[in-house]
Each structure stands twice: as C-alpha cells, then as structure tokens.
Design a binder for this molecule. Structure first.
Ligand code: PEP
Ligand code: MG
Length: 573
C-alpha cells in the first residue's frame, strides 16, 4: 500500500527502484516468541545464519591482499573468534530453547547482556570493544533476514540502511544501486558529498525507513526534497518521470553557461574552482570551465581499497589530474583521513574515543612521516606536468604549516638531486577549518601562500556540533553569527597580506548562500562540479557592490533567523 516517508534531501536526483534493506547494527527488535514446536526450526535458522556469516567473513579474508591485509585480517579474525564464542552462541540457543524467543529477539537480549558487562568496565578502550560485538551481531541479524537470493542480479535497487560509509558508495553504484535512503546521517557528511559527486540520489535521516520498508518493496525517492514514496501510485510515477525530465531540461539550460565567465552584474570576476574527489570530477571541472581544481581530496585514492597507494600510483593520479586541467592550477590536499574518512584503509587509529578531535588530517601525516614524504614526492613529481598547489588539512596553528613546508622543501631538494623536472616553486596553503587556526591566523599567515576555508569542519568545531549527527541538524549550520565573523576575519587577514582566500566547504556549493559569501568579501569559491553551473548562474545575477554595502547589516544579525532575513532581503538578481 502507498505510504509517504520523509527524510532530508542530501543528493539531488530521482530514483525509482526496488528496496534492498540492510539492517542496522543497533537492534531495535520487539519482543517476539515462538511455540515450543518451532524451537528446532528457529535454532536451525539461527545456526544457518551463523554459518553464512562465517563463510562471508572467510571469503572476505581470502580476498584481502596488500599492505593492509594483515591489519584488516586481524580485525576479521577477531570477529570470527567472537562468532565462535560459546558464551555468545550458547546464550542465544538457551534463550530460543527455554525462553521461546525468536532468534532475532534472542540476539537482542544476548547483545544487551554482553553490553552491560562491557559498560561496567573501567578501561574506555575495553568498553569500546562493544562495537565489535555489535558488528558481529549486526551481521548475524542481517543474515537472518537475508533475501539476497531473490534479489541477486537485479539492477535498479535502492539501498535502505542505517548509515552508509563514503567508501561503499562507488561500489554500490557500480553494483547497480540507483539510490540510497539512510535512517540516520546528515546532508553535510562525507557520504552525502560523495553521493552528490556520483549523482547518486540520497535521502538521509528517514527515521521510519527501516521499520516501514521491506526488501523488494518498490520505492520512488526524490533526493532533492527528501521524499520517499513506498509503493508509488500512478500519480507518483508521473511525478517521478516529470522530475527526471525537469532535471534533464535544467541541465541543458545550465550547460549553456559552460563557456560564460563567472562575472557579477557589476563586472567583478569571481574565481570558481572545482572540488574533486574522483578522476571524473576533474574531467567535469575542466568541461564546466572551472578556474582550476580548488580542492583535490586525495582520500579517494586511499579509501575503497585495502592497499596503500605507493608513490608511483599517487604520482600517476596527480599527474593525470594536472594534465586533465590543461594548464589550470590543481590544488592537491594532503591526506585528510580520520574521523568519518577512515573506513577501509586502517591507516587512522581505530577506536579513538573522539575521532573528529583525533589523529586526522595533517596530524596523521606528521605522525606517519613516511606517508607524508611519499605523498609530497608524488605531488612534487606531478608539478613537472603543470601548475599545482599543496593544501594542508586540519591545521591548528603555524607549527604544522612550518613542518609541512620543511618536508616539502626536503622533497624538492631530493627530486632535484635525482634530476627530475619539477616546478621551481610549489605554493603551500592551509585549510582554515579549526577555530584555533582561524583565530591565530595573523601569527602564521606569512607561512602560507594561500588559504582555503573548510566550512564543513569549521562549522562543526566552532559550534561543537558533529557534522554527521542528524539529531543536531538544526544546530549544525553555517548560518550562525560566529561563523560569519570568522569568515569575515579570515578573508580580511588574507587580503591584508595578499594571500588568496577560497571557501571550499559545502556552503560554497549552495546557490542560496552565494550572496552572503560575496558580501563577506570572498572572491574565490571551490565547489563540487555538480552545482558549479548553478552557482555560476547565481553569481552572474548578483551585484557585488550592493552586496558589499549590505555586509554590515549581515554582520549585525544576532541569530539564524536574522541571517535568513538578510538572505531573503538580498537574493541574487
Ligand atoms: C571542509 O571541512 O569544509 C572541507 C572542505 O573538507 P572536508 O569536507 O573534506 O573535511
Ligand atoms: Mg575538512
């Protein structure tokens, strides 16, 4: 029967397809019992699922190879051990046999018993091992419900899950998944950014999705509005086809702007760079007439594969990006693994109690100096093929920039001694995304050749609001007086010292925020190619003089609604 569910729009596009439900690790299962006559069948069902999980893990283990195989393998071995743990299994058997519970509910009860033991532990590391139990239990639960055989080979599926990791998305799309719905998540997470980059429709925060949707149900989703229709009727299908046609029409209109300058109504040129996290993004950036690549996220070379890319593999990727941009500058960001970008590589520390505040970005690069050295060599070698810049993520102060500058200088000396053709100079810039870096910028701006404001993290750290936590959506927003003041100050410091300043967070990709960014003094934006033409269209409808004159009113706004009122009063055009 037709039902409407709503979530938050995260990646535009409409998709129509059958649901593939992936059950979450956190078990929210109601108490359910079986009759005494069904005990043996329920036990058999449970043990079949244990066998199938064991076989899956064995096959995954066999497919692992390369540098990280051992680390990931150890992780899988730990899970295999847990799966064979008599405490876990016999406890569940007993609950089914004597409590007459369904295998699902027995799983939940047993998980809670074990969790209570872990929660009582003093050592925070040991306490956090409950995550491993949850992952094993999650796999068992998924296996109990697997209807994969029935859906196998079917293309056009929409994945319904609790959360989706960035590294999974490309793989899912390659498997034919046409859209994704998550019960949790935020439109500003890395998964959402990647989904936009892949043009894979994504609805996040659809809290009811896992309760209401079953494997094989037909769904129509609109990643632009966050609406999900379960078993769509004729009108819904018409709506879906209309939206697909609208998107096509709009793309045709926007395509006419590919060769137009990014110039405001009053004649100011704005530099529109592209963010890239795949080879395709670079090609698209060039085709759309981007000024260059303002943020090349190198993580994509490290995610999705269990092997660490060596110097040669990295060099080829950076060189190809430089060549693809035919003389326009490519800004290569050093590795920003950690927090929500640690997935398969095993490079970042696992089980950090607070990963967003942990060993990520430049901290990880400096802690693993071999990693940084290899990456800088690969980048510097690529500089022989065209202009590039190096951008350092998660800088918290001048020391880190100085350390990377030192490492880069050493690499340049090394490569020259080897007789390689490299650029005479490679500009080095800092991401301004940690509040301490923004506040202390005047003390180290002299060490930087350029600055790039990462508003995704800056907002998270300024407001102490996790960018991936959907419960905080209202709080996690760039429309806060603190954010605007920091933006204005960073732009001013950069301008005073003659250092170009770009904004490369998602805020730059939303046409609605463009007038605000121009008012605050920005003249360079870097954004994903998916919305580059829309942002160009908006800039071409803006009057920079008028916006700058309205900046004091914007900075006087006391709260989000004040800023929203300013945006309404100062629309583009
Ligand atoms: C940012 O934080 O705004 C940014 C551009 O970097 P990332 O989203 O990769 O953390
Ligand atoms: Mg960031």
């Amino acid at each position: 029967m037709r039902q409407l569910l709503s979530g938050t729009a995260a990646a535009r596009g409409s998709a129509l397809g059958r649901a593939r439900v992936r059950l979450p690790h956190a078990l929210d299962i109601d108490e359910a019992r079986i009759g005494a006559e069904d005990v043996e069948a329920e036990l058999a069902r449970f043990h079949e699922s244990v066998d199938s999980v064991r076989a899956d893990m064995r096959s995954l283990r066999e497919r692992l190879h390369g540098a990280l195989a051992q680390e990931i393998g150890e992780f899988l071995d730990l899970h295999a051990l847990l799966l064979d743990d008599p405490e876990l299994l016999s406890g569940i058997d007993a609950l089914i046999r004597t409590g007459l519970y369904t295998a699902d509910y027995a799983l939940r009860l047993q998980r809670n018993r074990i969790a209570a033991v872990f929660e009582g532990m003093d050592d925070p590391y040991l306490r956090s091992r409950i995550d491993d139990i949850d992952q094993v239990i999650g796999r068992l639960h998924a296996a109990l419900h697997s209807q994969r055989a029935a859906l196998q080979g079917a293309s056009g599926e929409i994945l319904v899950t609790d959360t989706v990791a960035p590294a999974e998305l490309a793989e899912l799309q390659a498997q034919g998944v046409v859209g994704v719905i998550t019960a949790g998540g935020s439109p500003l997470s890395h998964s959402a950014i990647l989904a936009r980059s892949l043009h894979l429709p994504l609805v996040v925060g659809a809290a009811q999705a896992l309760q209401k949707i079953n494997d094989g149900d037909v769904l129509a989703i609109d990643g632009g509005s966050g609406l999900v229709v379960l078993e769509p009727d004729a009108a819904d299908l018409r709506g879906h086809h209309r939206r697909v046609a609208e998107v096509k029409r709009e793309r045709r209109q926007l395509n006419r702007l590919r060769r137009e300058p990014t110039r405001t109504l009053d004649g100011a040129d704005i530099k529109l760079w592209a963010n890239a996290e795949s080879r395709n993004d670079v090609t698209e950036a060039h085709a759309l007439g981007a000024a260059g690549v303002g943020l090349y996220r190198t993580e994509f070379l490290f995610l999705g594969s269990s092997e660490l890319p060596d110097e040669e593999a990295q060099f080829r990727a950076y060189r190809d990006a430089v060549l693809a941009m035919t003389g326009r500058t490519v800004t290569i960001r050093t590795l920003d693994l950690g927090a929500d970008k640690a997935d398969k590589t095993g490079l970042a520390l696992r089980n950090e109690p607070n990963p967003a505040l942990g060993l990520r970005g430049v901290r990880l690069s400096l802690a693993r100096s071999g990693l940084l050295h290899t990456q800088l060599r690969a980048i510097a070698r690529a500089s022989g093929y065209g202009p590039l810049r190096v951008l350092v993520p998660m800088v918290s102060g001048g020391e880190e920039v100085r350390a990377v500058r030192h490492a880069l200088d050493e690499v340049l000396r090394e490569l020259r001694a080897e007789g390689r053709e490299i650029a005479a100079q490679i500009p080095l810039g800092a991401m301004i995304e940690v509040p301490s870096a923004a506040l202390a910028l005047p003390t180290f701006v002299g060490l930087c050749d350029f600055l790039s404001i990462g508003t995704n993290d800056l907002v998270q750290y300024l407001l102490a609001a996790d960018r991936t936590n959907e419960a905080l959506d209202g709080l996690y927003s760039p429309l806060h007086p603190a954010v605007l003041r920091v933006l204005r100050d960073v732009v001013r410091t950069g301008q005073r010292r003659g250092k170009p300043v770009t904004v490369c967070g998602e805020i730059a990709a939303d046409p609605a925020f463009v007038p605000m960014l121009l008012a605050l003094g920005l003249t360079e934006l870097s954004l994903h190619p998916a919305t580059l033409l829309e942002v160009r269209r908006t800039i071409r409808a803006c009057d920079l003089g008028q916006l700058r004159a309205a900046a004091p009113a914007l900075l006087r706004a006391r709260n989000r609604s004040g800023i929203e009122r300013w945006l309404q009063a100062n629309p583009a055009g």
